[in-house]
Ligand binder design. Structure first.
Ligand SMILES: N[C@@H](CCC(=O)N[C@@H](CS)C(=O)NCC(=O)O)C(=O)O
Length: 220
């Protein structure tokens, strides 16, 4: 079998989605670290990803960019343990969850809430506070994202249907950062379905094998 090589960073949300998917499918892969905040790595990355993003997958002489395309590709090449459902209700839930994460939750929960809190912590942890957003519209967006995800997961164990799949990896990668923020973790308490899902998901092989450095530090 040709080697699967994933380029990414251990702190990256999208690289983690791809890594979780590979682990859930039981596929061996090599993880090549690329720090998108380092100039030399960014220059090298642009040769493979025209938009300078991670992850990038290499397999059998092909380069695949964009996380959803990577997941679809590995599902097509390795059909065992599918990441994407086929039943209509599951397809609707899974696609909605992925779209909500990519378009609304990742920018809001990660970039507008987790990253500012994390950076403030690094500068002076006593002044970082609980991470509550100053801008009310950001809190509202965070609530809307959680309300929608909580509704999607109300009558089923997994966003992808019968097993932890692509949609679960998307939701997990974002919520794992959001829940590092004290205000985020407290806010999660108001969404029982999502909370129950997170408790199940955190013990799945993908999430267990790919902790963010921030989470690994907390567990020490
Ligand atoms: N649409 C891309 C998004 C990937 C993405 O935003 N990756 C982030 C890391 S989580 C990145 O490479 N950021 C670097 C940058 O924006 O310069 C995908 O689905 O793969």
């Amino acid at each position: 079998m040709s080697a699967l090589v994933l380029t990414g960073a251990d702190y990256s949300v999208y690289a983690r989605i791809a890594r979780m998917a590979l682990v859930q499918k039981g596929l061996d892969y090599r993880f090549d670290e690329c720090d998108v905040f380092e100039e030399a790595d960014r220059v090298a990355l642009r040769k493979r990803h025209p938009f300078g993003k991670i992850p990038v997958l290499e397999h059998a002489g092909k380069t695949v960019i964009e996380t959803q395309a990577i997941l679809r590709y590995i599902d097509a090449v390795f059909p065992d343990k599918p990441l994407f459902p086929r039943e209509a209700d599951d397809v609707a839930r899974s696609e909605q969850a992925i779209s909500v994460i990519a378009n609304y939750a990742y920018p809001c929960l990660v970039w507008q809430i987790f990253v500012p809190w994390y950076r403030a912590q690094d500068e002076d942890s006593s002044r970082a506070g609980d991470g509550r957003p100053i801008d009310e519209s950001v809190s509202e967006m965070a609530m809307t994202c959680q309300t929608v995800l909580d509704g999607l997961i109300a009558d089923t164990s997994w966003f992808s249907g019968r097993v932890f799949g692509a949609a679960d990896a998307y939701v997990y990668a974002v919520l794992a950062y959001f829940r590092c923020v004290p205000w985020g973790l407290a806010a999660c308490g108001g969404y029982p379905n999502l909370n129950a899902w997170f408790s199940l998901a955190r013990n799945q092989p993908g999430p267990v094998a790919t902790p963010y450095p921030r989470e690994a530090r907390r567990a020490e």
